[in-house]
Write a protein that binds this ligand. Structure first.
Ligand SMILES: CC(=O)N[C@H]1[C@@H](OP(=O)(O)OP(=O)(O)OC[C@H]2O[C@@H](n3ccc(=O)[nH]c3=O)[C@H](O)[C@@H]2O)O[C@H](CO)[C@@H](O)[C@@H]1O[C@H](C)C(=O)N[C@@H](C)C(=O)N[C@H](CCC(=O)O)C(=O)O
Ligand SMILES: Nc1ncnc2c1ncn2[C@@H]1O[C@H](COP(=O)(O)OP(=O)(O)OP(=O)(O)O)[C@@H](O)[C@H]1O
Length: 486
């Protein structure tokens, strides 16, 4: 493909004398290590490394053109200086793969919590009604029915455009993180529907304020197709703000929420039954969430409204929602033979923890033991709120290790101790080994009690613990079998 063709739409700052617009490009990479003969190298200034330092290495591997932000002289190949390498990468990748998003139904889901759950509910509804779906998100990517491991919630623009071009599915649903939006990983992608679930304090180590975090989320909605629709949960002040901004920009916005003006108006919520009485098109109906909890009712309503707008009829949506089997690591329920209920959930923000513990109470838990920890090297500002919430919503808590992310174990245990001393209570204690913490919580519980384990959800452990298990699910199964033998 000609370089001049790939550059269509890129904001150029300068072109080196060597620019031969006819140079043929075989492939594109922003990683010098992946460059092959005939490729275009895009030098990105990253958080860890500066891609401009690897231009020589890319040339040695056969790069025939380079895009970058810094002034670079005397390269033996065309050098294209641009305002933003990350933006240019998205545009050239889109051009290289034929801008596949133009020809598909593309759905982007953003928000602090609920992206994965809503994504899988919607996939299920659409597939049950004859529409094939690709999924790009935290758990994995699924394209043409094939599972591909994902390392980011939203992959780089290069990978995104490649996945979209590989997909023969009618619809692509992708989770879009705020990191991806500020890093322009979705550059060159046009969306038919953009969903906003909610916004709560999270990632404030990356975005320094909530306003900044919100502005990052807002970027997604600039990428709606001309007739594209925003679907916004308004039972959240940031959702109300988003709707106002989008409408002032002339966008089509469909909303859910409790107040009159919403398209899908929540008339009442039944938390014990995880259902909502809603009004839409002057008609009342009850929608049951297939997963427990008020938070999952909201996820269900977002999926419902999106499927409706896509054209699936109401009774088919309701039938398929009823058949949904749940999402790995999201309010996953284990009923043990001794009458104890264990929940594994990916909650790692205060609001998510609050929803989980409240749901356990509403579902009839006699006593709740909450097992959780904090991720190393991640937003520490939410830790006190997480601890205060467990203090008020659980009967007992056990602080334990979550992913250390290179923080020494002793340092994390000392942090747990400090937090426990400052904000904890007599109802809590620390068991650093996660598997032993879970074992203790289960063995100290009796019929009717619930053990709620949060933080890791579907994920594998990063470090080895005392029991020979690799995830919370394996640990629960291991302990259950152990206890059955006794
Ligand atoms: C901090 C951060 O977000 N980093 C992301 C960013 O990496 P980066 O561009 O800063 O990479 P870098 O290592 O500094 O390298 C800079 C450039 O030099 C190049 N290079 C480097 C070495 C070399 O030998 N040759 C070479 O060319 C690299 O290929 C790169 O182009 O761009 C990469 C490509 O898009 C991302 O994979 C990477 O995500 C890292 C792995 C990450 O963990 N990010 C997390 C924070 C994240 O994005 N999380 C969100 C979900 C958050 C949530 O909701 O929980 C997500 O979407 O996953
Ligand atoms: N709508 C919601 N509102 C608040 N909390 C929610 C909601 N949906 C799910 N949660 C909580 O957040 C956790 C993560 O849910 P989910 O994976 O669906 O969200 P996500 O946005 O994809 O999260 P992440 O970006 O961390 O992967 C759940 O395990 C649950 O505790």
């Amino acid at each position: 493909m000609k370089l001049s063709y790939l550059l269509d739409g890129v904001e150029l700052k300068s072109l080196s004398n060597h620019l031969a617009p006819d140079v043929n490009i075989q492939g594109i990479s922003d990683n010098s290590q992946n460059i092959n003969e005939g490729d275009l190298f895009v030098a990105v200034e990253g958080f860890e490394k500066d891609g401009h330092q690897y231009i020589d290495s890319a040339l040695k591997k056969g790069a025939v053109a380079v895009i970058g932000e810094q002034p670079v002289a005397n390269l033996p190949v065309p050098y294209i200086q641009v305002e933003s390498s990350r933006q240019a990468l998205g545009i050239v990748a889109g051009n290289f793969y034929g801008n596949p998003s133009k020809y598909k139904t593309i759905i982007g889901i953003t928000g602090t919590n609920g992206k994965t759950t809503t994504c899988y509910m919607l996939k299920h509804i659409l597939e049950s009604n004859g529409k094939s779906c690709s999924v790009i998100g935290t758990l994995q990517n699924i394209v043409n029915g094939e599972r591909i491991q994902s390392s980011n919630t939203t992959p780089s623009s290069l990978v995104l455009h490649q996945l979209l071009s590989m997909s023969h599915d009618e619809v692509v649903i992708m989770e879009v993180s705020s990191h991806a939006l500020t890093q322009r990983r979705t550059e060159g992608i046009e969306f038919d529907y953009c969903l906003f679930s909610n916004l709560h304090p999270e990632h404030l180590d990356y975005h320094s304020t909530m306003e900044e975090y919100f502005s990052a989320k807002l970027l997604l909605f600039n990428q709606l197709k001309a007739n594209g629709k925003a679907i916004v949960n308004q039972d959240n002040p940031w959702g109300v703000k988003l709707t106002k901004i989008l409408r002032s920009r002339g966008k089509i916005v469909c909303t859910i929420g409790e107040s009159e003006e919403n398209h899908l108006r929540i008339s009442s919520l039944n938390s014990e039954e995880s259902s909502a009485l809603v009004e839409t098109d002057n008609e009342y109906m009850t929608i049951h969430s297939p997963m427990n909890g008020v938070h999952n009712i909201y996820n269900t309503l977002m999926a419902y409204l999106t499927a409706k707008l896509i054209g699936v009829n109401q009774s088919d949506i309701l039938r398929s929602i009823g058949e949904f089997k749940g999402v790995d690591g999201r309010f996953e329920i284990y009923k043990l033979v001794n009458g104890v209920t264990v929940i594994i959930d990916y909650a790692h923000t205060p609001d998510a923890i609050s929803y989980c513990l409240t749901t356990a109470k509403q579902q009839g838990a006699k006593k709740i033991t909450h097992v959780f920890g904090f991720r190393g090297n991640r937003d520490a500002s939410k830790r006190t709120a997480m601890l205060s919430l467990t203090n008020s919503l659980s009967d007992k808590y056990i602080l334990t290790l979550d992913d250390l992310n290179a923080v020494p174990p002793d340092e994390m245990i000392a942090s747990l101790r400090n937090l426990h001393d400052a904000y904890g209570s007599n109802n809590g204690h620390i068991v650093p080994d996660r598997t032993l913490a879970i074992k203790q919580a289960i063995e100290d519980s009796q019929s009717g009690d619930w053990v709620v384990i949060t933080g890791k959800g579907h994920e594998k452990y990063q470090q080895n613990f005392h029991l020979p298990t690799d995830s919370d699910r394996e640990t629960v199964n291991f302990i259950t079998k152990l206890n059955e033998k006794d």
